[in-house]
Design a protein around this ligand. Sequence first.
Ligand code: NAD
Length: 387
Amino acid sequence: MTMNIFAPRFIDIGAGASARIAVTLSKLGVQRPLIVTDPVMMTLGLIGRITEPLDQAGIHAVIFGDTVPEPVDTIVDAGVRFAIDRDIDCIIAFGGGSPIDTAKAINILLAAPEGSRMRAFKVPFAADVAALPLIAVPTTAGTGSEATRFTVITDTETDEKMLIGGLGALPSAAIVDFELSMSVPARTTADTGIDAFTHALEAFVSRRANPVSDAYARAALGLIGSNLRAVYHEPENRAARESMMLGATLAGLAFSNASVALVHGMSRPIGAHFHVPHGLSNAMLLPAVTRYSLHAALPRYAEAARLAGFAQDEDADQVAGAKLVDELETINFDLGVPTPEAFGIVRAAWDAQQEVMAAQALASGSPANNPLVPDAAEIIRLYADIY
Ligand code: NAD
């Protein structure tokens, strides 16, 4: 077996890690950061959790604070224009997956010839080159973007949520401090938590799974499966927040080394066409796609169910697999995940996009990693099922 393994050079994990950010910069030999973040981090004052320790270390950052949820190419271009003439030697991405992905995309374009468009870098292109060391500091638990070699950017001309992958999107370092996630609102806590679970599960059943991704995925499934409900119902539960943050990073490492599969392939077009947050569109799909795929990798799904605490060790694979699907449905109910219809998407609009969405899902390459590889007609059927 041959494997290619990707991970940041350094990850500082634990309560208060963000206060040590200057140490990470020093390890990387950099001292003139551009911080890429979103307006919520500025308004809530969370940004102070890194600017204050940086100031104390005599490091004064410039801040691009205009990123938007589910980032688009035009904001990336604005970030590139902001960065281009500044005296910077590194990028700090601070926030949820959206600012982190925006920062990664800016970093890739900064290394490309002036005027390059983001769409030139989408898969299957290998976006291996970026301009500067990037330090990712997640505030959600989460996309795992702090540890992955991917960024997801929407093309505003085609409404396509493009997957961009390569070493250029892999952070040099990450700071994983669960205390930054204590203020995440309930809806986002649920969506990002289910996103992290989906990463772990899809990496574990992926056709590209390997012993390294499996190790990360097994650990992530246990941490996330046993804390997902607690973190939603008890937002102040520090132990649950800590487990979810670590689980999300481990799930990121898992899928960065095994790839995601059908849920993500089908989820990106829902986000692009109907502006559903990424974690939520994953959650809408997860039970139905798991039911569809179950028998193509039953032992793997059954093991995932046991690791997550959804099935007992003594359950036969068939029983454990059924319990997994049941539990994913129950979690969606308990965590208030709406169907696309309940989210407010009009049936006619949903139906009208099915063929384009199925084509975009297949073109992303993710469905080809699924234990059961669907054709366009099966994807359309699954979209109809979840509506
Ligand atoms: P997000 O970054 O869009 O954040 C969601 C909302 O939560 C925002 O309003 C944000 O300001 C707020 N928020 C974030 N942290 C907070 C905190 N600590 N307290 C209060 N509010 C907070 O959401 P996300 O789910 O983290 O990221 C989604 C994006 O990540 C999508 O664009 C998705 O495609 C992408 N993604 C990327 C990868 C990858 O490997 N690159 C993997 C999965 C998802």
